[in-house]
Design a protein around this ligand. Structure first.
Ligand code: HEM
Length: 526
């Protein structure tokens, strides 16, 4: 028997007043079917419970329940921008890498800037390094240069990374970030002196993502067509003036706006249509030069000083378009140091070697096995053609019966021109530190490069945070690192942190002696 409503509906349709095809502006369910009521759940009469058979309601709540994906374990808060890289110099005699093949060549890029330690929607004003990750959509596939605003890192071996991050993150007991946990960890890690010095300087609180420099940090290899290689480092120098907040300014801004960096990009680039640019500088080192310096060039706690290894401008990065949708593009973006292209290979840097595994691994967990098929991560100027298949959320379509290689039926072959370069190796497998640890010198150079005001801020920021560490031993050790970097710096930190200066001096000497002893031992074993 027809209900009164269906009789009316039928009459309307018959009279041509309604069309049964769904209009483009009709709200639909996930299967494309039109939704009749998006305001009232289906109930058993006016007083009865909601019915399980209201599939639209169930689907809507279920979809909402699953809106969050795991956030990045580090660098969770970030913002993305599109643009291009323009190459100034033909480097085809040094590398096969596509972006560097011709003068004037442009390559599409997506960049994600980020803060490191806190969560997905945390304040952007906190003291932290900032991520500067660039995805180049080249015709040889995607190349990710996943760098930071600091040119050095806190540790030099990937094996320490999870412990370091645990120390920086809030306590597992209270969920409060504690300077004392950070300094407890670093009191065993003198190699952190350089990056800690940068972190507690005003560079630890940049005023804007667009007003900071960036660095690839690690050495990579430029490989030419014959397989010869040299070591290279990449640095982004901003064409906008570099601007930092003082600790006071950062606190004030945070009280008014806890997301100034994202707003800044959406205002300047998104609304006003401005562009921002950085020049790309290249430093190069021949393999036989690796042992020529008083530091190890494959150590992430070191820069290659430009006085020793000159830098030259080879191109520029221009950012000019914000994403249409934060989740689809920025949140789902997956950058990985292992996303390399022919002509760029990893160096033997022990941190980089760990990163080669870690990023793609976390992305398989965070986004799934098809992470690199998501549009923002998928090559835009190259085609993926291999036999990796299936897995959750595979949306690509294939009609090819041959899903193996080699095959006489499908001519999909490797090209020996793109084999990895070779490097002669000798020696024993071992677990020893670098014999040129040189933990303090470059931190001192950085300290002395700061203005008088900048040095005072650094001493106040570091000493003030260190003062909250209850154990005097830790306050003494950390001050001793800084004392070994620069006597004025260490003395200032010790005073502010209330650490005995005579103990600091004695510890500083002990640390230097230990470094010398370890160096001798490591050299003998190497
Ligand atoms: C993000 C691990 C060192 C820069 C990440 C993520 C992991 C990670 C697991 C999250 C990735 C994702 O969910 O997509 C490590 C490990 C390191 C290390 C194990 C040392 C062994 C570094 C260093 C730098 C760096 C030295 C700078 C040169 C970044 C950046 C991101 C990131 C910029 C955010 C990328 C984005 O915007 O999506 N790291 N990291 N990391 N890391 Fe590291």
């Amino acid at each position: 028997m027809k209900t009164a409503f269906s009789k009316v509906l039928l009459a309307c349709v018959t009279a041509g007043m309604l069309s049964l095809s769904v209009q483009a502006d009709t709200l639909t369910r996930q299967n494309g079917a039109p939704v009749g009521d998006n305001q009232n759940s289906q109930t058993a009469g006016p007083w009865g419970p909601v019915l399980l058979q209201d599939s639209h309601l169930i689907e809507k709540l279920a979809s909402f329940d699953r809106e969050r994906i795991p956030e990045r374990v580090v660098h969770a808060r970030g913002t993305g921008v599109y643009g291009y890289y323009e190459n100034y110099e033909d480097l085809s005699d040094e590398t096969m890498a596509a972006p560097f093949q011709k003068e004037g060549k442009k390559t599409d890029v997506f960049v994600r800037f980020s803060a490191v330690i806190h969560g997905h929607q945390s304040p952007e004003t906190l003291r932290d390094p900032r991520g500067f990750a660039v995805k180049f959509y080249t015709e040889q596939g995607n190349w990710d240069l996943v760098g930071n605003n600091f040119p050095v890192f806190f540790i030099r071996d990937a094996i320490k990374f999870p412990d370091m991050v645990h120390a920086f993150k809030p306590s597992p007991v209270t969920n409060v970030q504690m300077g004392s946990r950070i300094f407890d960890f670093f009191s065993h890690v003198p190699e952190g002196t350089h990056a800690l010095t940068m972190l507690f300087s005003d560079y630890g609180t940049p005023a804007s993502y667009l007003n900071m420099n960036g660095s690839g940090v690690h050495a990579f290899k430029f490989v030419d067509e014959s397989g010869d290689y040299k070591y290279v480092k990449f640095t982004w120098k901003a064409n906008q003036p570099v601007k930092n907040f003082t600790a006071e300014q950062a606190m004030k801004v945070q009280g008014e706006d806890f997301q100034p960096h994202t707003s800044d990009i959406y205002t300047r680039i998104g609304e006003k249509g401005e562009t921002a640019s950085w020049d790309l500088y290249l430093q190069e080192m021949e393999p036989e030069q690796l042992d020529d310096y008083d530091f190890n060039p494959l150590d992430t706690t070191k820069i290659w000083p430009e006085s020793l290894v000159p830098a030259r401008k080879i191109g520029r990065l221009v950012l000019n378009r914000v994403p249409d949708n934060f989740f689809e593009e920025t949140e789902q973006a997956a950058f990985a140091p292992s996303n390399l292209i022919p002509g760029i290979e990893p160096s033997e840097d022990r941190m980089l070697q760990g990163r080669l595994f870690s990023y793609a691994d976390t992305q398989r967990y965070r986004l799934g096995v098809n992470a690199y098929r998501i549009p923002v991560n998928s090559p835009k100027n190259a085609t993926i053609d291999n036999h990796e298949q299936h897995g959750q959320l595979r949306t690509t379509h294939s009609t090819r019966d041959v899903n193996y290689q080699p095959s006489r039926r499908v001519d999909l072959n490797e090209d020996p021109a793109y084999r990895y370069s070779s490097k002669p190796l000798a020696g024993m497998t071992q677990q020893i530190p670098f014999y040129k640890e040189q933990n303090f010198k470059q931190a001192g150079d950085f300290y002395r490069s700061l203005s008088k005001e900048g040095r005072q801020h650094l001493i106040e920021n570091m000493g003030g945070t260190l003062a909250g560490t209850p154990e005097e031993e830790i306050r003494v050790i950390i001050s001793a690192y800084m004392y070994n970097a620069d006597k004025e710096y260490g003395t200032g930190v010790a005073k502010r942190a209330n650490a005995s200066l005579s103990k600091v001096k004695a510890k500083a000497k002990e640390l230097m002696d230990t470094q010398t002893e370890r160096a001798k031992h490591a050299k003998q074993v190497a």
